[in-house]
Design a binder for this molecule. Structure first.
Ligand code: NAD
Length: 448
């Protein structure tokens, strides 16, 4: 198929590159000229494992980038809207989606062939039918369901594993206004012969995306609340507690070989210093706002957000147990982005931790294998940035792990070579207490 993807952020660029790799011809469109030029040079504006290679492989043959949306719509059969939907504190900001729909509608005015417009951005239930479709109809002077098709296809990829997730999806949800649009959208995903495809209306597709993210965020806040309780109660370790919980056959069923099937949900019941990123916080808040606009209190999800907001404070509390004052204390922060394998700093727990430490006079030496440049935009000269793990540790009195990078598993050997050893604060529970003289872990009570 010939596809145009509007918006070349994490979702748009990964989708565009992967759809080209699957054999489609893709035109990526963005209003940001610098991004378009960078993509056309074969250099991805974002860091994602494997993305540069696939971009370079398909560029110029099945993949191009442009700022000319009208030409892209005219030359393709389907347009995907993958622009941002930020949360403005009260509701999601649909201005980018509305603008993209108007621009596509404008281009459809002069296009006679049938075209399908698919919303890939995460939008609150009802947006495709009551915002995108009217914008397309008004701008084009044509009728959805007759002259052109409209659909909603939420994206479930995870940053850090975006290419792999796109290429091996757990499920593909296709919402559409009519069977013809559904048919065209199915054609797009034909190469995924073994994926679960769920066809719904657009409103249901929109709700599935929010519900999925809200459930995962709820599990994280639940585990963090239990972890904080374990820490206070003493001689209890949340990691052991969750292992015990997890062995319930309703959570980990026994497979045909007699062994437990370990579900992927495991990582969501590990306590840590909180969730971040561009999706979980924004999507849960947007669902709360949507629910409240319909008179639902959404009190469970409200608590999920509150617990998550407070969770980075656990790192500060663990440091303060060991230092009377943080003034002048040299702290190595390991991990800046909200998760490993990405440079995305949006809503990362590292942000409140670093701001609080700087306010209290600590000297921060930070290290992240890929997020240094993004972090510099946020913290500037307020902290220093290490090139290597060794460099970050030098002269530190305390080390705080905020992102679960595999590279940090080298920490025991490096810390054991230091005299005196710094205090290690494990915000992701990835190391063994026994390897250190002084260790504090999230959810790990005294003497546990
Ligand atoms: P992003 O902010 O990284 O990228 C958005 C891009 O859209 C930017 O490059 C911007 O310049 C461009 N843009 C804005 N208006 C435009 C217009 N009128 N025409 C062309 N380009 C335009 O956003 P993202 O992280 O890729 O997220 C996009 C959507 O996908 C959001 O709704 C998000 O919630 C959802 N989503 C994101 C993820 C993720 O992991 N980031 C996962 C699933 C779903």
């Amino acid at each position: 198929m010939k596809i145009s993807v509007v918006g070349t952020g994490y979702v748009g660029l990964v989708s565009g590159v992967c759809l080209a790799e699957l054999g489609h011809t893709v035109i990526c469109v963005d209003v940001d000229t610098a991004k378009v030029d960078q993509i056309n040079r074969g250099d991805s504006p974002i860091y994602e494992q494997g993305l540069d290679e696939l971009l370079q492989k398909n560029l110029g043959t099945r993949l191009t980038a442009t700022t000319d949306l009208e030409r892209a719509v005219h030359e393709t059969e389907l347009s995907m809207i993958a622009v941002g939907t930020p949360f403005d504190g009260r509701a999601i900001d649909l201005s980018f989606v509305r603008q993209a729909a108007e621009m596509i509608g404008d281009a459809l005015k002069t296009k006679s062939a049938y075209h399908v417009v698919v919303v890939k951005s995460t939008v609150i239930p009802g947006t495709t039918d009551s915002v995108v479709t009217p914008a397309l109809e008004n701008a084009s002077g044509k009728k959805a369901g007759a002259d052109f098709g409209v659909g909603m296809n939420p994206e479930f990829l995870r940053e850090g594993d975006a290419v792999a997730d796109f290429m091996r999806p757990d499920r593909i949800v296709l919402g559409a206004c009519d069977s013809r649009s559904h048919g065209v959208m199915r054609q797009l995903y034909e190469p995924f012969t073994s994926a679960n495809i769920l066809s719904t209306n657009s409103r249901t597709a929109e709700m599935i995306k929010y519900t999925a993210n809200s459930l995962l965020a709820t599990l994280i806040s639940f585990s963090n609340e239990i972890g904080n309780l374990c820490k206070k109660s003493g001689e209890v370790d949340v990691a052991e507690v969750m292992k015990g919980v997890h062995l319930d056959k309703r959570l980990s069923p026994i497979g045909e070989n007699g062994r437990r099937i370990v579900p992927a949900i495991t990582t969501f019941i590990e306590a840590g210093c909180g969730f971040g990123g561009s999706c979980f916080p924004k999507d849960v808040k947007a669902l709360i706002a949507y629910g409240q606009s319909l008179g639902e209190s959404m009190s469970l999800l409200d608590a999920v957000i509150r617990i998550n907001r407070e969770q980075p404070g656990q790192i500060i509390a663990m440091l303060k147990k060991h230092f009377h004052s943080l003034q002048g204390v040299s702290v190595a922060i390991l991990g800046l982005a909200f998760k490993p394998e990405t440079d995305d700093m949006r809503e990362s727990p590292a942000i409140p931790v670093i701001h609080t430490l700087v306010e209290q006079g600590a000297r921060i030496h930070a290290f992240d294998p890929v997020a240094r440049n993004e972090a510099k935009k946020l913290f500037g000269d307020a902290i220093t940035y290490a090139e290597t793990l060794e460099d970050a540790l030098a002269d530190s009195s305390a080390v705080a792990i905020l992102t679960r990078w595999d590279a940090f598993k080298r920490l025991p050997r490096l810390v054991q070579a230091m005299h005196p050893q710094p205090l290690v604060i494990d915000g992701r529970r990835m190391l063994d207490k026994k390897d250190f003289d002084r260790y504090e872990g999230i959810g790990m009570g005294e003497r546990s």
